[in-house]
Ligand binder design. Structure first.
Ligand code: PLP
Length: 389
């Protein structure tokens, strides 16, 4: 019998720079008396991230949701946008705030990203874009998506909130499509407390996006867009500059944790590890398993609840599906029969505790506990069958 953890083990913990380092940056900001609006820290971070992510154009925002919202706005889309129901509500809300209608497409069973083979059937004369999500850092089928977009003159926007540092065949994930959104929320791999960015292809968007996040004001002083206030402030940017150098160490730690999970959990019947595709440099944002209730003997929800008794807090993503929201569930594309994989996946996935600070002995113990749960289930089955008296 494995004992419960004394202290709660959460699914993630924010990556924090040392207080002296952060204080040194705060002192710089105080000395400058420049707190926001295209400040030094923000300019530096923009350059550092362009280099880290290996992209040509990048614009910082107050958070990822506003980045996506204004990214969509900058593309001047209308009508319908084909997207995935298996994502965080923000993806779809960014469409809503632009007056765009989501058209939900089912997902791929392996990558859990939009099923590119099902996109074309959803295109009509109102379709103007595809908004896809690199779920858990797994890249979408970017090649196929671009082919479809080219054939039908559609824009392509990626929600890359989970894909910081993900590469595909040696190329930064932020270089695909017209635009990619990154989130720098505290729970994300790289954080600026709250924050986000867009990477994009079109150099004309440098000024356009700056205007959009700054009340629509152009450099001339004219207001030519209906903008918002969505600027990243100097303290956020300073945080990012101190977190960025910690990235490689954090990823290396997470890699070790992932190795243990993979080694220990693959043998447990009914548990599948959500695949990280080959030729891809994982973002190490989450470690996610799928629990097949038919084989495991109990559901994902049961495991999630049982683990709480051991002081382990896992997370179910992304329940409910966006197609199940009150105000979308009557859309034709929201109907369950069109989204069988999304419905299956959303009932099976579970994100396990995953952050660099988590010590390896605790990871082993989490695996012991999951194994114990499975043994409890089989023990129960045997009792019911009369094998064990
Ligand atoms: C975190 C997240 C967002 C929202 O980003 P914020 O920076 O919190 O606004 C959007 N999409 C996905 C997939 C996310 O995980």
């Amino acid at each position: 019998m494995v004992e419960k953890f004394e202290e709660p083990i959460y699914v993630t913990r924010p990556l924090l720079p040392s207080i002296p380092k952060m204080m040194a940056k705060i002192e710089e900001i105080w000395a400058s008396k420049w707190l926001t609006n295209d400040g030094e820290q923000q300019r530096h971070l923009e350059r550092e991230l362009k280099e880290y992510l290996n992209v040509d154009h990048l614009s910082l925002f107050a958070n990822g949701t506003l980045a996506l919202l204004l990214g969509l706005k900058s593309l001047e889309l209308t009508g319908e946008v084909i997207t995935t129901p298996f994502t965080f509500p923000a993806t779809i809300q960014a469409l809503e705030w632009n007056g765009l209608t989501p058209v939900f497409c089912d997902i791929d069973a392996t990558t859990l990203t939009i099923d590119a083979t099902k996109i074309e059937a959803l295109i009509n004369e109102k379709t103007t874009a595809i908004l896809a999500v690199h779920v858990f850092g797994n890249p979408c089928d970017v090649k196929k998506i671009q082919e479809i977009a080219d054939d039908h003159q559609l824009k392509v926007i990626y929600d890359g909130a989970h894909a910081f540092g993900t590469q595909l065949a040696g190329k930064s994930i932020g270089r695909f499509g017209d635009m990619t959104m990154y989130s720098f929320h505290a729970t994300k791999l790289f954080n600026t407390i709250e924050g986000g960015a867009l990477t994009f292809k079109n150099p004309l968007h440098v000024d356009k996006l700056y205007a959009l996040k700054n009340f629509g004001l152009e450099k001339s002083g004219d207001v030519v867009h209906s903008g918002l206030n969505a600027k990243m402030n100097e303290v956020q940017a300073a945080m990012g500059r101190e977190v960025l150098p910690l990235m490689e160490q954090e990823k290396a730690r997470r890699e070790k944790i992932a190795e243990i999970y993979k080694k220990r959990l693959t043998d447990i019947a009914g548990i599948k590890i959500v695949t990280h595709l080959e030729k891809q440099c994982s973002s190490y944002q989450y470690f996610v398993i799928e629990i097949d209730a038919g084989i495991f003997g109990e559901s994902r929800d049961w495991v999630h609840e049982q683990l709480k008794h051991y002081n382990i807090f896992t997370r179910k993503y992304f329940e409910p599906l966006c197609s199940e929201f009150e105000w979308y569930k009557l859309l034709a594309s929201s109907q369950r029969q069109h989204l069988p994989q999304a419905h299956k996946t959303v009932s099976e996935v579970l994100a396990l505790p995953f952050y660099g600070e988590l010590d390896l002995a605790s990871v082993e113990k989490i695996c012991d506990i999951v194994k114990q749960l499975r043994n409890d289930v089989t023990g129960l089955e045997k009792q019911q069958l009369g094998v064990v008296k």
